[in-house]
Design a protein around this ligand. Structure first.
Ligand code: ATP
Length: 307
């Protein structure tokens, strides 16, 4: 798939002298959902605001849909919708008014049918005449998305779209994002809810201390770095792993009650069948067993912890 955003050798140093982004290279593919993960202060918002032209870059080059964000700023910006982290809308304006006004800011001709579709897609149609101040937090967040979509952008940035949003609404938001992607919009989201990236993203990028430390297809990332574990709850505790089982990568846990086997689920042979046979020969019986796979959260934590 072709890139819709291309970031090369990007660095950003704030006026204070703080280097928030260090030599970032990143390609965002057309039509994907890209999740940008990173701890607090990693540089996620800085990266988004530089791509959107809100902050200046210090060195490097960014193109959006082939338009250089500096020499062809207007064309680049018009392709982007941005939903910022903080909710700021005109409290006393109506939903319809504020979304239509946003479209006008991009010099787009009026298109009430399009605005109606956006509000309907975001389940805001019955609130179109309501003043923003009368809406719930979740509705206000959807109004922010409607504003960002008002000028028909091909790219949508969502900076922490579900921060402070309850589980039900979060799921609703995911549906909205999926619908947008199905309509061809490329989506870049930052999130602290790693489950959100796990659920939604096609690709995941991890940023830490201003550097991109990894960009990978979510599925292959989880396959490559995700560990699988088989836990056997023994019928009676054992004091040590019998030497006959020394060849297996086993750990004793829960005061000798559980035997834990770490294995690679993608390998040709997991070793589970022979392990169970050898356990039987060693006279070790178990009452129950369970398997677990590490989550994107486990992977993320171990990546960010690395020196
Ligand atoms: P969070 O998850 O907390 O929103 P983030 O990954 O979005 O964090 P940024 O807001 O991009 O992080 O901040 C990256 C770093 O740049 C932080 O150390 C922050 O203190 C610093 N920073 C942000 N804005 C400015 C500014 N205007 N002047 C100086 N430093 C800044």
């Amino acid at each position: 798939m072709p890139s819709i955003i291309s970031v090369s050798n990007l660095s950003k140093t704030y006026g204070s002298g703080f280097k928030a982004l260090k030599d970032i290279n990143l390609e965002i593919k057309q039509g994907e959902i890209f999740a940008l993960l990173g701890p607090n202060g990693a540089g996620k918002t800085t990266l988004i605001s530089v791509i959107c032209g809100i902050n200046n870059l210090s060195t490097g080059r960014i193109t959006v849909g082939g338009h250089d964000i500096i020499s062809d700023a207007r064309a680049a910006r018009s392709m982007i919708g941005l939903v910022p982290q903080e909710l700021h809308t005109d409290a006393f304006e109506s939903v319809w008014g504020t979304v239509s006004f946003s479209r006008g800011l991009f010099n787009k001709p009026k298109n009430p049918a399009y605005i109606e579709k956006v509000l309907k897609d975001l389940s805001l149609w019955d609130k179109k005449d309501s003043k923003i101040i009368t809406l719930s937090g979740g509705m206000k967040r959807r109004v922010m998305i409607a504003k960002a979509l008002s000028h028909e952008p091909q790219i949508l940035f969502l900076d922490e779209p579900t921060a402070g949003v309850d589980v039900e609404l979060r799921k609703g938001m995911w549906e909205v994002v999926r619908t947008l992607r199905a309509s061809g919009v490329t989506i870049i989201l930052t999130t602290h809810y790693i489950a959100e990236a796990e659920e939604m993203a096609d690709r995941v990028g991890v940023i830490n201390k201003g550097e991109i430390i990894l960009v990978e297809e979510k599925a292959s990332l989880m396959q490559k770095l995700g560990k699988k574990q088989l836990k056997l709850h023994l019928l009676s505790t054992i004091a040590a792993i019998p030497p006959a089982l020394g060849a297996y990568n086993l750990e004793l846990a829960n005061d000798g009650q559980d035997l834990v086997y770490n294995y690679d689920s993608t390998a040709d042979r997991t070793g589970i069948t022979s392990l169970l046979g050898d356990l039987r020969s060693a006279g070790i019986r178990f009452a129950d067993l369970e398997t677990n796979q590490s989550s994107l959260e486990d992977i993320f934590v171990s990546l960010v912890k690395q020196p």
